[in-house]
Design a protein around this ligand. Structure first.
Ligand SMILES: *[C@@H]1O[C@H](CO)[C@@H](O)[C@H](O)[C@H]1NC(C)=O
Ligand SMILES: *[C@@H]1O[C@H](CO)[C@@H](O)[C@H](O)[C@H]1NC(C)=O
Ligand SMILES: *[C@@H]1O[C@H](CO)[C@@H](O)[C@H](O)[C@H]1NC(C)=O
Ligand SMILES: *[C@@H]1O[C@H](CO)[C@@H](O)[C@H](O)[C@H]1NC(C)=O
Length: 399
């Protein structure tokens, strides 16, 4: 009978004692969260109005990842002197006030190993010890990057890039914003957790490496509790390919330009078959070949090679300069037999009192053998050049 009443009373008494003990200590925040490398304040202040209690000592204990047993590590005496118990660690600094019964401790350059529980103990006379525990949480922001996988043109799905958030705590969320690409791309996400509590999260972006997808802009977004705002890593999908067809076209009266689609951009090299380029008569500037003077010394086959690290391709241009009479029209003929294998372009001009230019382009599809013709007419009045001359250029293309 007695025990039936007594047991609940004892429990109640214990609860009252515990809560009065906790009430005596004021902790500004029950738990402290700090970013690795920052400074943590471990607040602890005794809210004891009873001045008959004398404070003898403040003791700090800790139980951390590094030291899993609860050990004393700092004591503070009445003259504010701080004593390290198990080895000195100058990152800890007592910033409280002993007379004020304030035990607050500062820890600078917080490391992951410092994570754990810190106990602040006030040794009072005559009542004994009063203590409180402050959990310290350490967050670690991730190292982030997007790594390109250098895909080349193809029809099978490949990995375009990986986005990594390495060594974060808590784990990062990594996702791709692929906008209009929709289901043309696919993503997968994996993570590995390490013993020290950090996690590496990797998200991969896959798709078919087509010409169309190259140049598309996507973003890898990394978020987590360690950050106040998300990290956005923009990324442009690149699909690499060697120069495709090489086109030679006339871009002004006397200048040809070589154009090839390639990724990365092609470098161009003009050369002349069998002999060096005539430096006095032609000028080469990157993709451009300029004929400085129309002399028969120019006659011959010129070759433009477009190349990048993935391969090269070339086209040829046949130049023939013939003397002619000063007729009324300067006609320019460009014959381009293009597409897959062979092509030829004939370009002729004659000069006269009235400078008329005509660009005549014939395209021939070597697959079905039919000719399609395109004509580009340009007419201009210019001064007559004393002597007429005629230039014929034949372009032939090799695959
Ligand atoms: C205890 O000391 C710290 C550091 O000096 C101070 O920031 C804090 O306000 C003090 N606590 C109280 C309750 O006075
Ligand atoms: C956690 O462990 C991993 C793997 O051992 C290591 O690469 C990383 O640097 C560690 N992180 C911290 C903050 O100590
Ligand atoms: C080359 O010329 C063909 C025919 O005019 C055209 O379809 C193609 O787009 C051109 N290629 C480049 C790289 O300019
Ligand atoms: C350009 O092409 C010619 C002939 O193929 C070659 O001899 C020369 O080395 C090339 N120049 C460059 C800069 O690649």
């Amino acid at each position: 009978m007695c025990c039936f009443f007594l047991a609940p009373c004892l429990v109640l008494l214990a609860v009252l004692l515990l809560s009065s003990g906790a009430d005596a200590l004021q902790v500004i925040d029950g738990s402290v969260t700090v970013v690795q490398g920052d400074t943590a304040i471990l607040p602890c202040k005794l809210r004891l109005t009873d001045s008959t209690e004398d404070l003898i000592q403040i003791t700090w204990q800790r139980r951390t990842r590094e030291k899993p047993s609860n050990d004393n590590f700092i004591t503070v005496g009445p003259s504010q002197e701080t004593r390290f118990v198990n080895g000195r660690d100058d990152r800890f600094k007592y910033i409280g006030n002993f007379n004020d019964k304030n035990g607050t401790l500062q820890l600078s350059n917080v490391a992951l190993k410092d994570e754990g529980s810190y106990t602040c103990i006030f040794t009072l006379f005559p009542s004994g010890n009063q203590k409180t525990e402050i959990p310290l949480k350490v967050t670690v922001p991730p190292f982030t990057n997007v790594k390109e996988n250098l895909p080349t043109l193809g029809t099978e799905e490949v990995l375009f890039a990986t986005c990594t958030a390495a060594g974060s705590k808590p784990p990062a969320e990594v996702r791709w914003l692929t906008g209009a690409l929709g289901d043309k791309v696919r993503t997968t996400t994996n993570s590995i957790q390490y013993d020290n509590g950090t996690t590496t999260t990797v998200s991969s972006l896959f798709g078919v490496p087509t010409r169309e997808i190259s140049g598309q802009w996507v973003q890898c977004v990394i978020s987590g509790d360690f950050l106040t705002k998300e990290i956005s890593l923009p990324f442009t999908i690149q699909v690499y390919f060697s120069p495709t067809e090489v086109n030679i076209s006339l871009i002004s009266e006397d200048t040809f330009e070589c154009v090839a689609e390639a990724n990365p951009k092609a470098k161009y090299n003009w050369s002349r078959s069998g002999q060096p380029l005539l430096e006095s008569a032609v000028k080469v500037e990157g993709a451009k070949l300029q004929l400085l003077s129309l002399t028969s010394g120019l006659n011959g086959l010129y070759r433009c090679e477009a190349s990048n690290p993935h391969g090269s391709k070339h086209s040829q241009l046949y130049v023939h300069v013939a003397s002619g009479t000063c007729s009324t029209a300067w006609t320019l003929f460009g014959l381009l037999v293009s597409f897959n294998v062979i092509g030829a372009a004939v370009w002729g001009l004659s000069k006269s009192g009235y400078f008329k230019k005509r660009y005549h382009l014939v395209s021939k599809d070597s697959k079905n053998g039919t000719n399609s013709q395109r004509e580009i007419l340009q007419e201009k009045d210019l001064n007559c050049l004393s002597r007429g001359s005629q230039l014929t250029a034949v372009e032939s293309r090799n695959g």
